[in-house]
Design a protein around this ligand. Structure first.
Ligand code: ZN
Length: 343
């Protein structure tokens, strides 16, 4: 098969469009002929590498993908060849106490597709059947691939962990990223009022088109946390979605007493200072999560295929131009998801 792979960590130049053996589905697995993949910032972090990350080389990036069932491993009866599917990249072992309790995102032997095992920048991938969600016959592969990781992540964070309720006010820090656009749509669907802090007018206009109620341009606000506090009627917001990390202090200042800060990532960097007095004196909760259990994935994909949540696709590149696609993502030029066309 054709795949985009790398033999050593480094910049976009390490990515090669090359031949690689097509995987064979083991017992309980399904071989998927991928038609679309979607990018995540994690792809670039894995390509760059970090201390302690040990991968079997060559590695193949990519957590998100959709396509058709091409072959079935022994014992798989729930799918047929030709079925259209989208992948859940959260790989639980299916056997540990967490997996058996339906908490496969907290698996003791947890893996993420494309991070620690070879991913979806390829024509084929083999996965356990439980990782697949069946798509309706006419549902677009790019829409499906663009949805999977970010919607399950945002749903689990906002709804399951964050307990977001109708009538609450949510602040989303950042306008353009995949998780943030998914969070905006999910918050609106849940009946919340949404404030978005964005880096420029172009991204904020697009956030407004997705239903954002209040827009704050941080290029024009010296202190955006104060602007958010004023926009909330000096009450403070109920929930903040902060996947930047280095903005935590500003985010904490915008919360009402008893408010929740939700985080699923740290695009601004992993280390920063927090003034602990804000947390106890204002009764705040910081709630972290990553990915979601299968039940949240199914719940949110049901909303995607029924059209209640519509992934925003920024752009699509051919598989062989994955390096160019990663550059666009890493530079923050996108609004919504970047996908790869796998011919
Ligand atoms: Zn497990």
């Amino acid at each position: 098969m054709k795949a985009v792979l790398f033999y050593q960590h480094g910049g976009p130049e390490v990515l090669q469009y090359a031949d690689f053996p097509t995987p064979e589905p083991k017992a309980g697995e399904v071989l998927v002929r991928l038609r679309a993949a979607a990018l995540n910032r994690m792809d670039v972090m894995v390509r760059n590498g970090w201390p302690g990350l040990k991968l079997e080389m060559p590695h193949i990036n990519g957590a998100d993908g959709a396509g058709e069932v091409a072959a079935l491993g022994e014992g798989v009866t729930e799918f047929q060849i030709g079925d259209r599917v989208v992948i859940n990249a959260n790989l639980g072992c299916g056997r540990c106490d967490f997996c058996l309790a339906g908490e496969d995102h907290r698996c003791r032997n947890w893996h993420l597709l494309g991070e620690t095992v070879r991913g979806t920048y390829a024509e084929y991938v083999a996965l356990p059947a439980r990782q697949l969600y069946r798509l309706p016959p006419d549902f677009d592969f790019h829409q499906a691939a663009a949805a999977a990781l970010v919607y399950q992540t945002a749903w689990h964070s906002l709804i399951t962990r964050g307990g977001l309720r109708a009538g609450e006010t949510v602040l989303i820090v950042g306008a353009g990223g995949g998780v943030n656009t998914a969070s905006l749509q999910i918050a609106k669907l849940a009946g919340a009022r949404v404030i978005v802090v964005g880096s420029n007018a172009r991204k904020l206009e697009k956030a407004a088109a997705l239903g954002a109620d209040i827009l704050i341009d941080r290029s024009k606000e010296e202190d955006w946390s104060k602007a958010v506090f004023l926009a909330s009627g000096k009450r403070g917001v109920d929930v903040v979605v902060d996947n930047v990390g280095t903005t935590f202090m500003q985010s904490l200042r915008t919360l009402r007493k008893g408010g929740r800060l939700l985080t699923v990532g740290n695009s601004g960097g992993p280390r920063f200072e927090i003034d602990n007095r804000y947390i106890f004196a204002r009764h705040l909760s910081i709630i972290g999560s990553t990915m979601s259990p299968i039940r949240d994935f199914v719940e949110v994909m049901n909303l995607v295929v029924s059209g209640k949540l519509q992934p925003v696709i920024d752009s699509t590149f051919p598989l062989r131009e994955a390096a160019k696609a990663q550059e666009r993502l890493w530079n923050g030029e996108n609004f919504g998801k970047i996908t790869l066309e796998i011919g």
